[in-house]
Design a protein around this ligand. Structure first.
Ligand code: DOR
Ligand code: ZN
Length: 336
């Protein structure tokens, strides 16, 4: 008997990569999530209607091979010079979001945005088309622990400059970002990951270095984590789940790649975090309700079963160094 059954969740931020490895990552996400918003930091990036369709087709094929019914939501990468027509073409192809990567902020982002003025025409087109602007909110030129806070004024400028634009600030990691989101109007929301809700910089580097916890934005302090938990369990529709699951093969991790493969453990971590906060009854709203509402989607029809059942996270899952490897998690999840 499951200890908890919830509507099938959505993951509003996932990296499924490309090529042969995608099949395993897509199957892993489809095991627990009814829909997932697939990030566009692949090479070449989807920056046109055709690019969006092609990349989504490859994801659909990978999901179909998994045997799970799941729906990929498409995004495009916002790049300077792409132009209004390309943005409208992405919207016509079914993209629901355009992703703003500050140039150089993370994996495959050197072609990203140097400053918002470089994509003014594209942001206006997104506003007109009703697309969501998804933002990686870090200033790559600031010290690593200050990058998120340093970028908040840039987001503030976009919020003020495009009064109809709907915005998601991705993977919040600090008190400052939580406070900023609450200060902005309702058309601005945020995703929170399972790892930023569950871990701190001490899990990454407090003992021996565990690169499975190395991601951008970096895990922060206990105080930051507490603010993220408070936001996630508050029931506010402004905060919802995005895993930022970002698989890298062991050799890439060893070479310093940022990204945590969280899809296999995310639902287990979330159940534990919400339980610890005395808010298990709010889990469904966070993973299966608020994000769908923000993106204008119906909630999923299926169900996810969660059981209090300890399991040890393997070092490698799907050929990838996994988040929380070797830790014993207290919850297990499967489709009901
Ligand atoms: O740690 C990260 N890895 N953060 C990101 O924003 C991107 C991701 C990736 O694609 O590897
Ligand atoms: Zn990401």
């Amino acid at each position: 008997m499951p200890d908890l059954i919830i509507r099938l969740p959505d993951d509003f931020h996932v990296h499924l990569r490309q090529g042969p490895a995608m099949a395993a990552y897509a199957a892993r996400s489809a095991a627990h999530f009814g829909r997932f918003l697939v990030m566009p930091n692949v090479v070449p990036p989807p920056v046109s209607g055709a690019g969006v369709s092609d990349y989504r087709d490859s994801v659909r094929r990978a999901i179909a091979a998994s045997g799970h019914g799941a729906v990929p939501l498409a995004s495009f990468k916002l790049v300077p010079g792409m132009g209004r027509d390309a943005v409208l073409g992405c919207a016509a192809a079914g993209a629901v979001a355009g992703k703003y990567y500050p140039a150089g902020a993370t994996t495959n982002s050197s072609d990203g945005v140097p400053e918002p003025g470089a994509v003014a025409e594209e942001l206006r087109a997104m506003e007109d088309a009703g697309l969501v602007l998804s933002i990686h909110g870090e200033d790559p030129d600031s010290p690593i622990l200050e990058r998120e806070a340093a970028f908040l004024p840039v987001v503030d400028g976009i919020v003020g400059g495009y009064p109809r634009l709907r915005i998601v600030l991705e993977h919040l990691s600090t008190v400052a970002a939580v406070d900023a989101v609450l200060d902005w109007p309702d058309r601005v929301a945020a995703t929170v990951t399972a790892h930023h809700l569950s871990f701190t910089i001490d899990d990454l580097a407090g003992g021996g270095l565990d690169s499975g916890f190395f991601c951008k934005p970096l895990l922060k302090t206990a105080r930051d984590r507490e603010a993220l938990v408070a936001a996630a369990v508050s029931g506010s529709p402004r905060f919802f789940f995005g895993s930022d699951s970002a698989p890298h093969p062991p050799a890439a991790k060893a070479a310093g790649a940022a990204g945590s493969y969280s899809a296999p453990v995310a639902m287990s971590l979330l159940a534990a975090a919400f339980e610890e906060a005395g808010a298990l009854d709010r889990l469904e709203g966070f993973v299966s309700g608020a994000g769908a509402r923000f993106y204008g989607l119906e909630t999923n029809g299926g169900r996810l079963a969660l059981r209090r059942e300890p399991w040890v996270v393997p070092a490698i899952i799907d050929g990838v160094a996994s988040l929380a490897a070797g830790r014993t998690l207290s919850w297990a999840a499967s489709r009901a």
